[in-house]
Design a protein around this ligand. Structure first.
Ligand SMILES: NC(=O)c1ccc[n+]([C@@H]2O[C@H](COP(=O)([O-])OP(=O)(O)OC[C@H]3O[C@@H](n4cnc5c(N)ncnc54)[C@H](O)[C@@H]3O)[C@@H](O)[C@H]2O)c1
Length: 321
């Protein structure tokens, strides 16, 4: 297969490219990335000699670029997005352009070429669940995005669904819970906690830290996307998660304990406006219909993650200033 992967220098996109080329050695990947602040070419430095891998610098919000570039491929997998909620609260213009206009451009190209398309989305489109409930999001949950980032991802999902319904294109969507693992920008909770703990600097925690996220190790997300590319049914949505519900404060305490650092580094700061309190995923559909299973426990994944950031700390510390 020849895959076009957008946003391949970011966190999940880079993990996906490494995962795919390791398992499908004969396949080709073209990484299309705009090289925003969130991109890091070092994420894929191990592929510098790999003849099956090519990089193209470009913006999916540029219609002509997409029309020119997105052809002669077996599949397009769209990871490209502005992904940080805090940035979307300060200014959402880029989120509209990359997360909505960009997806529309890809859909238009898919309409003309008939190329298989998979859109990577988030569980944040479903809004927030009550803290003290057992309720989980599933494929039929109502959309209720509550910040500019999740609103742009929801808008893109609606476009993808509408293009399937209207034009019957070879399209799928996946909505995944919070990822952690190697290659994540240190603006995000887990890498930031590890690096601040290493520096013995305070670790900012929004509000009371009791917000719950459903953590999944990034490699499990990649294997789920692989299952959808290989066996997913066109027009379907798949929710991806691995029953990893944890309070933010407990994630931070686990990291501190593993790194033998004191809890006194934790500093509670003013809560994020409109902060969602709980996300939780029911992933029985992908497990049953596509026979996908996660492989990593949180304990195993977080150990690999901490080791990675400490080993490569110079690279990440540069991005924190
Ligand atoms: N990180 C998570 O926990 C999570 C969970 C569920 C879904 N997602 C989704 O997965 C995708 C990837 O997330 P991530 O955390 O890897 O993001 P990231 O911010 O680490 O990487 C995004 C990448 O996309 C590129 N990009 C941004 N705008 C672009 C544009 N207009 N054209 C081309 N490239 C562009 C950036 O340069 C960067 O390399 C996003 O769509 C996000 O919504 C993320």
């Amino acid at each position: 297969m020849k895959l076009i992967v957008t946003g391949g220098y970011g966190f999940i996109g880079s993990n996906f490219i490494l995962y795919w080329l390791k398992k499908h050695r004969k396949d080709e990947i073209i990484n299309v990335d705009k090289l925003t602040y969130a991109a890091d070419p070092d994420n894929l430095k191990d592929l510098s000699q790999n003849t099956k891998y090519t990089f193209i610098n470009g913006d999916i919000a540029d219609k002509e670029f997409v029309e020119r570039t997105f052809k002669d491929a077996d599949a397009i997998i769209n990871f490209a997005a502005e992904s940080h909620v805090d940035n979307s609260i300060k200014n959402s213009s880029l989120f509209i352009s990359s997360n909505i206009v960009g997806v529309h451009n890809i859909l238009e190209t898919v309409r003309k070429t008939g190329i298989r398309f998979h859109q990577i989305s988030t569980d944040e489109v479903y809004g927030s669940l009550p803290l003290n409930s057992k309720e989980k999001f599933n494929e039929n949950s109502k959309y209720n995005p509550r910040n500019p980032y999740s609103a742009t991802k929801a808008a893109a999902d609606f476009l993808v669904r509408a293009y399937y319904n209207t034009y019957k294109l070879p399209i799928t969507i996946s909505n995944c819970s919070n990822n952690y693992g190697i290659n994540q920008h240190p603006e995000k909770l887990i890498p930031k906690t590890i690096l601040n703990a290493y520096l013995d600097e305070s670790i900012p925690v929004y509000g009371n830290g009791k917000q719950i996220r459903d953590w999944i190790f990034v490699e499990d997300h990649c294997s789920a996307i692989e299952s959808i590319i290989q066996k997913g049914v066109y027009g379907e949505t798949y929710l991806i998660g691995e029953n990893g519900e944890k309070r933010n404060i407990d994630v931070i305490r686990t990291i501190l304990k593993t790194m033998k650092k004191p809890d006194s580094l934790i500093k509670f700061v003013e809560d994020r406006p409109g902060h969602d309190v709980r996300y939780s995923i029911d992933s029985r559909k992908i497990q049953k219909e596509l026979k996908w299973k996660p492989k990593f426990s949180f304990e195993k994944g977080i150990k690999i993650t901490i080791e990675h950031y400490l080993k490569n700390k110079e690279r990440y510390l540069k991005k924190m200033s």
